[in-house]
Design a protein around this ligand. Structure first.
Ligand code: FE2
Length: 238
């Protein structure tokens, strides 16, 4: 099949920010997704090393022309974390005034964390899409880890942020976290995707960098919950 999508998974602390021990420990995945015809790409969760991310895109022959934000936590968009300054969206916007796609429920958090302004943001809702050459990016609102967490469905790829990891899922004990909302996002939305959908998570926490929804339906306790009561018991014990 002809390649109709440029898609690159980037591990912070390795391919970029390779000398940053915090980046290495946090193990964030960032992504470059682009159109091989126009050579325009979007960066998912620009953080840790903006020069490095732009450099990878450029080395591959792509220009970054947009940003897709899974959620506003500083390890995904930059900002202050444990008293450290993490690079991210603010530095990207200093270099290039690109549109930033964020769920409408996450916009205020993102502005607070990064200093981005309303004019920088494209506030999207569940089910919205944006074209990326031959493909489209579909926004899935998946609250739970944060109120405006979202995943991106691009063809058969799901970029899942901190909603779903390989073998686990996002925590709900941070401000704005909601265990019940995460249950419905996981069981009501992600578990309903085609089983051959390839999962691209927001952190390298599992034994492999990617998986499929089908595999995770078998192996991941977060997708195997039989009832909300079971889920609540599990989350309260954790
Ligand atoms: Fe997070």
């Amino acid at each position: 099949m002809e390649e109709t999508l440029y898609f690159r998974q980037v591990l912070a602390g390795h391919q970029v920010a390779s000398s940053d021990p915090v980046a290495h420990q946090m193990a964030n995945f960032m992504y470059l997704v682009g159109d091989p015809v126009t050579r325009q790409a979007m960066v998912v969760d620009p953080a840790w090393d903006v020069e490095g991310l732009l450099g990878l895109a450029s080395d591959d022959g792509y220009e970054v022309s947009g940003a897709l934000i899974t959620h506003y936590h500083p390890d995904h968009v930059g900002g202050e974390m444990f008293g450290l300054k993490v690079q991210g969206l603010a530095q990207l916007l200093e270099q290039k005034a690109v549109p930033v796609f964020v769920n409408k429920h996450e916009a205020d958090g993102l502005k607070r964390m990064t200093g981005a302004s309303d004019s920088d943001l494209k506030k999207v809702d569940d089910g919205d899409t944006v074209r990326l050459g031959d493909q489209e990016v579909k926004f899935l609102h998946t609250p739970g880890h944060t109120p405006g967490s979202q995943c991106f469905l691009i063809g058969n790829r799901l970029v899942s942020g901190d909603t779903l990891f390989v073998q686990s899922c996002g925590r709900v004990d941070l401000p704005g976290g909601d265990a019940d909302a995460l249950y419905y996002s996981l069981t009501g939305k992600l578990a309903k995707l085609s089983h051959d959908t390839v999962l691209y998570p927001g952190h390298h926490y599992g034994p492999t960098p990617t998986s499929t929804i089908g595999e995770q339906m078998q192996q991941n306790y977060c997708l195997r919950m039989q009832s909300l009561d079971d889920w609540r018991r599990l989350m309260n014990r954790a």
